[in-house]
Design a protein around this ligand. Structure first.
Ligand SMILES: Nc1ncnc2c1ncn2[C@@H]1O[C@H](COP(=O)(O)OP(=O)(O)O)[C@@H](O)[C@H]1O
Ligand SMILES: [Mg+2]
Length: 287
């Protein structure tokens, strides 16, 4: 069976205030998978995700979402394309003046012509999925951080999105709440048949939900492999690492949070870049 690519990112570059943030990102996301994008703080994960939902335009490169090129789209076409995606932002991003029910029904009221009673039923189903049906009439300030996250998740899936994007879903949650949300994301996206792109720097979370993982480092994807590949690297003993490439050592250090490794040797940045990518650093004269 051929696997369809639902997001295709090619040669994406983005510079903010003279600082290159994304430096040629290529990434395919396949239908029905949970892809986790890993990377250190400030490595450009959120920036990449914002490109994928069309809220930031690239300097160069292309992004195709469900077969449509979103880089050249006008706002109204983008709004149309966005009906097929759900986004869970880091904060949950609920409207504080609206109840949980009102927050979740918002996309349905804005983007569909469904009857009131149908919307009410859909909202009940979504709130039940995240265990919040009994809290529908509360305001965000009246529920816990974990519940707010789940409410944000219910809103993200209100429209049965084809693709679900989550940026650091477990940030700010305690380990148990965090694990609960991970499980919820995975089961709900599998039940809805939604493709899911999750950005995180938390390893437990990444390993709990990923089918495949992509690691972003210094504006480039250094590895995109299935979860087992990353698990194997993480578990390798020190004496088993002798034949590993610089790229594998770097990923391993990140996964394990080790103090020693290529990530800690960035002073030799130029040599590192040449090692990793076989290219000359910018500004260096050709032979
Ligand atoms: N709109 C923006 N304007 C200027 N700099 C930005 C903007 N968005 C992100 N950045 C910078 O890009 C870098 C990567 O940010 P981000 O994508 O949020 O990283 P991550 O999500 O991996 O922590 C950071 O140095 C950040 O300050
Ligand atoms: Mg971020």
């Amino acid at each position: 069976m051929a696997v369809e690519s639902v997001i295709s990112v090619k040669g994406l570059t983005k510079t903010f205030q003279g600082q290159p943030i994304l430096r040629g990102v290529d990434l395919e996301v396949y239908e029905g998978e949970v892809l986790v994008i890993l990377g250190g703080s400030g490595s450009g994960k959120s920036t990449l995700l914002r490109h994928m939902i069309g809220s930031v335009k690239p300097d160069e490169g292309s992004i195709s979402l469900l077969g449509a090129d979103i880089c050249g789209m006008c706002e109204s076409d983008l709004d149309e394309a966005r009906k097929q995606i759900g986004v869970l932002f880091q904060s949950g991003a609920l409207f504080s003046s609206k109840t949980i029910r009102e927050n979740v029904e918002l996309p349905l009221r804005e983007h569909t012509q469904l009857r009131r009673d149908v919307i009410d039923a859909i909202v009940k189903v979504k709130l039940e999925m995240v265990g919040l049906r009994e809290h529908a009439d509360k305001y965000p300030a009246e529920i816990s951080g974990g519940m707010r996250k789940r409410a944000g998740f219910a809103r993200a899936i209100a429209m049965d999105p084809k693709i679900l994007f989550c940026d650091e879903p477990s940030a700010g949650l305690d380990p148990v709440r965090s694990a609960e949300l991970d499980r919820l994301i995975r089961t709900v996206s599998k039940n809805l048949g939604a493709t899911c792109v999750v950005v995180t720097h938390e390893m437990d979370s990444a390993f709990a939900i990923a089918d495949r993982m992509a690691m972003l480092d210094q504006g480039r994807i250094v590895a995109v492999e299935n979860r087992a590949w990353f698990e194997r690297l993480q578990q390798l003993k020190e004496d088993e690492t002798v034949d590993m490439t610089e790229r594998e050592l770097l990923v391993r250090q990140f996964l394990r949070g080790d103090l020693e490794g290529p990530l800690s040797k960035r002073e030799d940045a130029e040599g590192y870049e040449r090692d990793l990518f076989g290219v000359k650093p910018l500004g260096e004269a050709a032979d």
